[in-house]
Design a protein around this ligand. Sequence first.
Ligand SMILES: Nc1ncnc2c1ncn2[C@@H]1O[C@H](COP(=O)(O)OP(=O)(O)OP(=O)(O)O)[C@@H](O)[C@H]1O
Ligand SMILES: [Mg+2]
Length: 255
Amino acid sequence: MLDQVTATRYVTPLREGGSLPGIVEADDFGTYVVKFRGAGQGLKVLVAEVLVGELARALGLNVPRMTVVDLQAPIAKYEADEEVQDLLTASLGLNLGIDFLPGSFGYDGSRPPAPDTAADIVWLDAFTANVDRTWSNPNLLVWHRNPWLIDHGAALYFHHGWPSRGADPQRFAVQPFDATTHVLRDVASSPGAAHERLSPGITSDLLRRVVDAVPDGWLEQAPGLENPEAVRAAYVDHLLARLANPSAWLPKDRS
Ligand SMILES: Nc1ncnc2c1ncn2[C@@H]1O[C@H](COP(=O)(O)OP(=O)(O)OP(=O)(O)O)[C@@H](O)[C@H]1O
Ligand SMILES: [Mg+2]
């Protein structure tokens, strides 16, 4: 599901991004926004990006293509900016690349998506507990007049709780979702209808394919989750449990 490329040049940091993402060129001549494994947020945000981004794509939403970007030592060595050099040195190995969308701009409400598309996005965020799509941080780009979803690193936050609080799918299954601050809340049609449209597509086969796309080295072990396969299975269990409990998290239709 994810190709792998090798970074050939670090171009520039994206100053807006909290995790110091940067623009990187690769040996396939592609230009990518790279989320670095060595950024403070750790590997779990890369896992959330892949799982939620690929689920969104499978549901028919626009998500820039993602790829695994191998970063090798010479790129870090010749970087002049010390802060960037430290980040690159801490990020040797496999990082996440997101196709750079040239000429895109941040969603400002001037080109709202169709009501059903907006509802599908609200549904995706409620299902994956993504709190990061608000007016202060829309994480939605407009490109060729269409909305494109980015930045799913804050979703699936249950994984930050394992191991100390255990991996308990039932807790995530009933975690409520507050849609009142969602950037698309006022343009979205019925979340209930979106659930009817989308939930049948979230099969265990799809979840399996999506967790298989995550490189083994990003799947941190925890007590009870002692190898990458166990971690993958835990993600599938959590998402299936939540899918079966929409009454706990599905936003209400606006009256
Ligand atoms: N694929 C892309 N194409 C073009 N620009 C992008 C792309 N991905 C991100 N950007 C730009 O970079 C900014 C930061 O990206 P992103 O939100 O993914 O990073 P982040 O570090 O998780 O940010 P934050 O935590 O501040 O939300 C975006 O707001 C957007 O302006
Ligand atoms: Mg962001």
